[in-house]
Ligand binder design. Structure first.
Ligand code: 48F
Length: 259
């Protein structure tokens, strides 16, 4: 069989174009494809909600690949294990209440299930800003990561979304942009910054901190603890998965017009 290079190029460009066009007006746009962003997208897509993830790096998975200090195993507690079970990630009980999973299996399986559930995933694109109209966030301002890396002066493109999720991890990037331009709609009005390591408190707090921080913008995962000044928790990942699920639940309720 003859293989024509231009057909390969056309296949890539046309299918990418279609995926991007379908995401130009979406219900939920998630910034960051770590464990919390992926899990949020998975549960939203499962609920038939149109959702896209924009990830700055080449690979999805955020801080999950490296396990703890590059020992590529992750730990989850019971509630986290239930979510991994749902994805089909194998876990092994290490001692009562602690399960371990292979981080490579966890990331690859979660990515695969999230795509199969119907979420659209874009890598190598970062959100540099949000569009805000009359006090409500209405979309994302996107550009290629390569543009930022090369410090090129290239204008971005925008997409429209009913809800945005900041799942950018420790730096809480989007919350930072909103804080700088508008102030956050949280009691502190600004990012407090994450506290020192305390796994138990951090895992508890991340669920409470998963909430709307500006009209139309939710914060999930480690970004949520950074906004509210809660502790970090290290390589236990149940809180990230649960925060993603809570984000999906909260947004689904909003879309259904429930308080
Ligand atoms: O850091 P990350 O894994 O966030 P998470 O889902 O999970 C945190 C844990 O990995 C771990 C932890 C708990 O066990 O402490 O650190 O809260 O994933 C965040 C993703 O967001 C991307 C970044 O490349 C990473 O993959 N990201 C950051 N800024 C942007 C972005 C941006 N402006 N646009 C797009 N993606």
């Amino acid at each position: 069989m003859q293989i024509e290079e231009t057909v390969i190029s056309k296949a890539i460009l046309q299918s990418y174009y279609q995926k991007l066009m379908e995401s130009l007006e979406t219900q939920v746009a998630i910034v960051g494809g770590g464990p919390s962003g992926l899990t949020a997208a998975y549960f939203l897509a499962k609920g038939q909600i149109k959702v896209s993830i924009f990830e700055k790096k080449l690979s999805l998975g955020g801080g999950m690949w490296g396990g703890g200090m590059m020992f590529n195993q992750i730990v989850v507690q019971r509630e986290g294990r239930e979510i991994l079970d749902g994805f089909g990630v194998s876990t092994k009980e290490f001692s009562p209440g602690y399960w371990v999973a292979d981080s490579v299996e966890a990331v690859s399986t979660i990515c695969s299930q999230t795509l199969k559930a119907g979420a659209k995933i874009f890598n190598l694109i970062y959100a540099e800003d949000v569009t805000i109209k009359e006090g409500v966030a209405t979309g994302l301002v996107l550009n290629w990561t390569a543009v930022e890396t090369a410090e090129l002066h290239v204008d971005p493109l925008c997409i429209k979304a009913q809800f945005i999720v900041d799942a950018t991890g420790h730096p809480a990037k989007l919350a930072g942009v909103i804080q700088q331009k508008m102030g956050l709609k949280v009691p502190s009005q600004k990012i407090i910054g994450e506290g020192p390591m305390w796994a138990e408190a951090g895992e508890k707090a991340v669920l409470e901190n998963t909430q709307e921080i500006y009209p139309g913008v939710f914060v999930a995962g480690m970004a949520a603890n950074a906004v509210f000044g809660a502790p970090r928790m290290g390589p236990i990942f149940g809180g990230m998965l649960l925060s993603g699920k809570r984000t999906a639940d909260l947004i689904q309720r909003k879309l259904e017009g429930k308080p």
